[in-house]
Structure formats: structure tokens, C-alpha cells
Design a protein around this ligand. Structure first.
Ligand code: FNR
Length: 399
């Protein structure tokens, strides 16, 4: 058979010449993005994103906890289209999804925080900037205008904490997310084994990883050096040094004083019991982000998805309840909604995309999750995310 005859039988797809786009187009789910990132990124950096605390019991259990639910779909529901929009903290989002705060994001890819925020904006989703970001509060706000949220670590230095809060308010951030599970830093075993140093230092290990991952290092060297942008001018800091920055004795009084200082919506990220969630609301929080920090802080902490129903009972129907830690598929978002959450947040899922392809990689991660979520609702016989919130519980069976 001649080539021209074969060409008539099969459609020849044009070859994608851009390597990053080629890689991204070969990724069909979040685990594909993870596998591709693993091949491309130096081991200490990949492990910093992918790893968890101590024995990584919570890290693995978070993912499993979403997957223990099975759906009982409605037959013949005659759904013509799926409305995936959701109301979160007083704003309608096209999808019940938020990009969670992640520190040191420019270490994963020079596109960093701005690339992730631009992608969030393109999808109409909120982006949460971390206190430990490598781009300043102001630079992110100037470069993009998505629904910006600012994540705060309460610092030892009270004046510095107030300064960060005021800067976020002045730059137009809508939501303040106060993380309450990091008064001491978790023990990230992989980082210790890998001898990870941030900002990257030239050690024998770094030199070895330059040899095996030259693409990553070329990209890094062509771009600005990584620093903890929000603390510029306060001396060099390493990842190991950042732990001493946080106030070890944070208490409910700190939340109360932030409430009176911050003009916008306030979310407490990391309470892990119905009693603490109720206390947060009593102290003035508008929302709760159930989270065990993606299994990076207290290992063996309960999987947040398992707390949605009791927390919803404790805080009532009007408080926004978000959940993160373990979301890797759009079906996870459907499970969270059915259990009573308003939205999910993701950390690693978008970082894997960022590591593979910068801003288009984050687009790919968000597109994958959006398509999976829409298809899941459709196949369940649900016409909207709202319906999943109100009727989904009857359609879930625990394995
Ligand atoms: C985080 N997370 C985090 N949280 C926070 O409040 N401030 C921070 O600076 C960071 N930094 C950070 C870095 C990296 C590399 C990761 C993976 C995570 C936690 C994050 O906001 C979120 O809670 C988890 O990532 C959710 O779990 P999944 O989606 O990664 O499983």
C-alpha cells in the first residue's frame, strides 16, 4: 500500500512543534500532568510540591477519602445542559473551584503566581496569593484582575502582619484567608532527604540535578532570582528560616482583631472540627476552608472531605464552606458539593500543570477539572451544581 492510499484511510494529525504544548496535549488527567512534571522538574522541586509531612499518611488518605464515594445516578433525567456555576462568598463563579495559596510558586516555573492568577482569571475563578509568594501583593494585583484572595500567616511581628493585611486591602484583594494550621512547620520528610534549600543554593546535589534537568535550570537562570517577595528588604531568608516567622501562639483573639481590621470577606483555612468551625464563625468568619494543608502539616490529620457534613450541620446553611486537600478529579468536586460544601480549592492539581507548561499548563489543569466536573454532573443526571448541592447526598453511597 502506498503512502497516499494510507493517508486516505487515516486522518493525519499535524505535529505540534512547541514542546510544552506537545507535552500538555498528551495529558488527559491530573495524574498525567503529575507524571509529566516528574520527568521534567528536578527531584527536590518536584518532591517539594508532591510530598507531604512525615510518613505521608494524610497525603494518601486525602485522595482516597474522595474516592470512597460512589454515585447512584438518576436514569432518564433528560438533562439538556449543565449549569456548573456556584455562589461562593457572595459572588457567582462559573465553577465551584478556587486556586489555593502555594508558596515559592516561581520555583516551579518562572510564570509563577502571575501565570496562575492569569489562568484563574481566564476561567473566572478566584486566585489566592500566599504570604510566602515569590511575587508581591501589588505586582499580582497590577498584572491580573481576577477575583483575588490573600492568604495570611499570622506572624510573630504584629506590625508586619498588619502591614500585609493593609497592603492586600489597598491592592483590592476581596477575601482574606487566614491559615491556622501552620504555627510550626510540618516535617516534610522528602525535603529533608533531598536537602532542599530555598532559594536554591549551589550544592553538589544542585549541580547534579542541573546535569539531568538542564531545561529547568536554563529557564530559571533566564528569569529573576526567587525571593520571598512580600518581605523584600528584610534580609535573606531560607525555607528553613521561614518557620520562625510565624507566631507560634496564635489564638482566637488574633482572628477577632483581624476581623475588625479587614474590610472584606474573611475565611479561616484549616479548622478540622465542627466545634472550631463554629467558633470561627462566631468570631466573625464568613467562610471556612476545611483543609489539612494537603497533608503537609500534621500527618494523620483527618481527611477534610470527611468533615463536610458535620461542619455544615455546625455552621448552618449560610456560611461558605470550602474544602481542599486531595482534589485530583472533577468528580471530587461533585462529591464535595453533594456532602454540603460550596466549593473546592486545589493546590497540587494546578501546580503540576504549571510545572509542565507554565500558564498554559494551569489552563490545562483547570480545563481538565472543569470538563470532568461537567461530565460527572451530566452522567449523574444533574442539571446544575446547585442541584448537586441540594440533592446530591441522596445519590452518594459510601463504599
Ligand atoms: C501549599 N499550601 C499552602 N497553604 C497556605 O495556606 N499557604 C502556603 O504558603 C502554602 N504553600 C503550599 C505550597 C505547596 C507546594 C503546596 C502543595 C501547598 C497548601 C495549599 O494551600 C492547599 O491547602 C493544599 O495544597 C490542598 O491540597 P492539594 O490540593 O494539594 O491536595
Amino acid at each position: 500500500m502506498r503512502a497516499s492510499e494510507i493517508r486516505r484511510l487515516i486522518q493525519v494529525k499535524p505535529v505540534e512543534l512547541d514542546a510544552a504544548r506537545r507535552r500538555l496535549s498528551a495529558c488527559h488527567d491530573v495524574f498525567d500532568l503529575r507524571a509529566s512534571a516528574r520527568q521534567l522538574i528536578p527531584r527536590p522541586v518536584f518532591d517539594y510540591v508532591d510530598g507531604g509531612a512525615d510518613e505521608e499518611v494524610s497525603l494518601a488518605a486525602n485522595v482516597r477519602a474522595f474516592r470512597r464515594w460512589r454515585f447512584q445516578p438518576r436514569a432518564m433525567a433528560a438533562v439538556t445542559g449543565v449549569d456548573t456555576s456556584a455562589q461562593v462568598l457572595g459572588r457567582k463563579l462559573p465553577l465551584p473551584l478556587v486556586l489555593a495559596p502555594t508558596g515559592y510558586t516561581r520555583m516551579m516555573h518562572p510564570a509563577g503566581e502571575i501565570g496562575a492568577a492569569r489562568s484563574a482569571q481566564r476561567h473566572g475563578l478566584p486566585y489566592t496569593l500566599s504570604t510566602m509568594a515569590t511575587t508581591t501583593i501589588e505586582d499580582v494585583a497590577e498584572s491580573t484582575w481576577p477575583d483575588l484572595w490573600f492568604q495570611l500567616y499570622i506572624l510573630q511581628d504584629d506590625g508586619l502582619t498588619k502591614e500585609l493585611v493593609d497592603r492586600a486591602a489597598a491592592a483590592g484583594y476581596r477575601v482574606l484567608v487566614v491559615t491556622v494550621d501552620t504555627f510550626v512547620t510540618g516535617h516534610r520528610t522528602r525535603d529533608h532527604r533531598n536537602g532542599l534549600v530555598i532559594p536554591p543554593a549551589l550544592t553538589a546535589r544542585t549541580l547534579a540535578s542541573i546535569a539531568v534537568r538542564p531545561g529547568y535550570w536554563t529557564r530559571m537562570l533566564r528569569n529573576d532570582a526567587i525571593d520571598f517577595a512580600n518581605f523584600a528588604g528584610r534580609g535573606a531568608m531560607t525555607i528553613q528560616g521561614t518557620g520562625s516567622l510565624f507566631k507560634p501562639t496564635v489564638g482566637w483573639d488574633d482572628i477577632a482583631s483581624l476581623r475588625s481590621r479587614w474590610p472584606g470577606k474573611l475565611v479561616i483555612k484549616g479548622p478540622l472540627s465542627p466545634a472550631d468551625a463554629a467558633r470561627a464563625v462566631a468570631t466573625g468568619a464568613d467562610g471556612i476552608q476545611l483543609s489539612n494543608h494537603g497533608g503537609r502539616q500534621l500527618d494523620r490529620a483527618v481527611a477534610p472531605v470527611d468533615l463536610i457534613a458535620p461542619v455544615r450541620d455546625a455552621v448552618g446553611p449560610d456560611v461558605s464552606v470550602l474544602v481542599d486537600s486531595g482534589v485530583r478529579h472533577g468528580a471530587d468536586i461533585a462529591v464535595a458539593l453533594a456532602l454540603g460544601a460550596d466549593a473546592c480549592a486545589i493546590g497540587r492539581a494546578y501546580l503540576y500543570g504549571l510545572m509542565v507548561g507554565g500558564e498554559p499548563g494551569v489552563d490545562q489543569a483547570l480545563d481538565i477539572l472543569a470538563a470532568q466536573f461537567t461530565r460527572t454532573l451530566h452522567l449523574m443526571g444533574l442539571g446544575s451544581a446547585d442541584e448537586a448541592r441540594t440533592h446530591g447526598r441522596e445519590m452518594l453511597v459510601s463504599r
